[in-house]
Design a binder for this molecule. Structure first.
Ligand SMILES: [Zn+2]
Ligand SMILES: [Zn+2]
Length: 329
């Protein structure tokens, strides 16, 4: 398998596409649809004596554009079969109903989280600027556990929801080493957003923590992420991100303790300060993911769109020696 780095101007860092060139030519993710990305991917294939027309199959980790952007174009040239988890397939295909349900859900959350009107307008404009005329692929949906042969090994799809509803990692063995293509479920530097990156996900933090625990338990030898460099100790990195969320949970509870009852936007402002661009969605989304998780654990109480600490939580916070709150999942 070859990693093909592709540039990306977004905050998560350069994207990766992965190439298996065996009996079938299989790509996992494609990068975005920008001209630069297309040239980089074409050049990388050309170096190996391949072109878009040779691609037999494309597996997509999730619906975000920086992973799926060129899938339609490659399919148009090659007739490649494109696969994605059933939860994300309609968005990738550009299904109008799926997109409009997503936009409606976002508007509901703008209201519920308390995002100021100026911020909502920034997000609406940002969404509109993403409506570019790009070829969308026909997608063959799969479910958790699906397998795809690549040469003398196979890729097993493992649903790892949270950051996106259909996010899937693909596990495989190579020369006795247990590897995983981790998409945005496990990144080496950045902690993937939950709550704002896909507003369709119910209980996003719980789902994400379980996906991370799955990576800890699998104890892979190496992970190949959707952005940046390979990860040599995936279990350690996944454990680190779980702990990062326990530290964040402490900060959410500490904010409620200091500020009194407040909405997700107010908690977000306390955690992250002023936000710009897509972070206007990701900041309160992440705060909401925590508040919703803590509410289900009985640690916070929701009244209308505001949250407050449950009885005795303030005392337990004051008694903590370290600034992290154990999360159940
Ligand atoms: Zn993503
Ligand atoms: Zn990504």
């Amino acid at each position: 398998m070859d990693r093909i780095p592709l540039s990306n101007s977004a905050f998560e860092g350069d994207n990766n596409a992965y190439l298996f060139d065996a009996d079938e030519v299989v790509l996992v993710d494609t990068g975005d649809w920008m001209a630069t990305t297309r040239e980089q991917l074409e050049a990388a294939l050309d170096d190996r004596g391949l072109s878009f027309a040779d691609v037999d199959r494309i597996l997509l980790t999730h619906w975000h554009h920086d992973h799926t952007g060129l899938a339609g174009e490659i399919q148009a040239e090659s007739g490649a079969e494109v696969h994605a988890h059933a939860a994300d397939a309609p968005l990738i295909e550009g299904d109008e109903d799926a997109w409009s349900a997503m936009r409606d859900r976002q508007e509901q959350y703008f209201e519920e989280w308390g995002i100021p009107e100026a911020g909502r307008e920034v997000l609406r404009q940002k969404a509109a600027s993403g409506d570019v005329d790009v070829a969308t692929p026909e997608v063959t949906p799969f479910e958790d556990g699906a397998t795809f042969p690549v040469g003398d090994t196979e890729l097993t799809a493992i649903h790892a929801s949270g950051h996106a509803a259909g996010l899937t990692v693909f596990a495989f063995e190579a020369d006795g080493s247990r590897e995983v293509l981790s998409g945005d479920a496990l990144l080496p530097v950045y902690t993937p957003n939950v709550g704002g990156a896909d507003v369709r996900v119910e209980g996003p933090l719980e789902r994400y923590l379980r996906a991370l625990q799955g990576i800890v338990d699998a104890d892979y030898d190496r992970a190949w992420p959707g952005h940046r460099d390979p990860i040599d100790d995936p279990a350690d990195r996944a454990g680190h991100i779980i702990h990062h969320h326990e530290e964040r949970a402490f900060r959410v509870l500490d904010a409620l303790d200091r500020l009194g009852p407040c909405d997700a936007w107010t908690v977000s402002a306390d955690l992250f300060g002023d936000l710009e661009g897509i972070h206007i969605l990701h900041g309160p989304g992440e705060s909401y993911a925590h508040l919703e998780h803590l509410e289900r654990a009985g640690t916070v109480v929701r009244e209308g769109d505001e949250y407050r600490l449950a009885d005795s939580v303030a005392e337990r916070l004051a008694d903590l020696e370290d600034e992290w709150w154990p999360l159940e999942y």
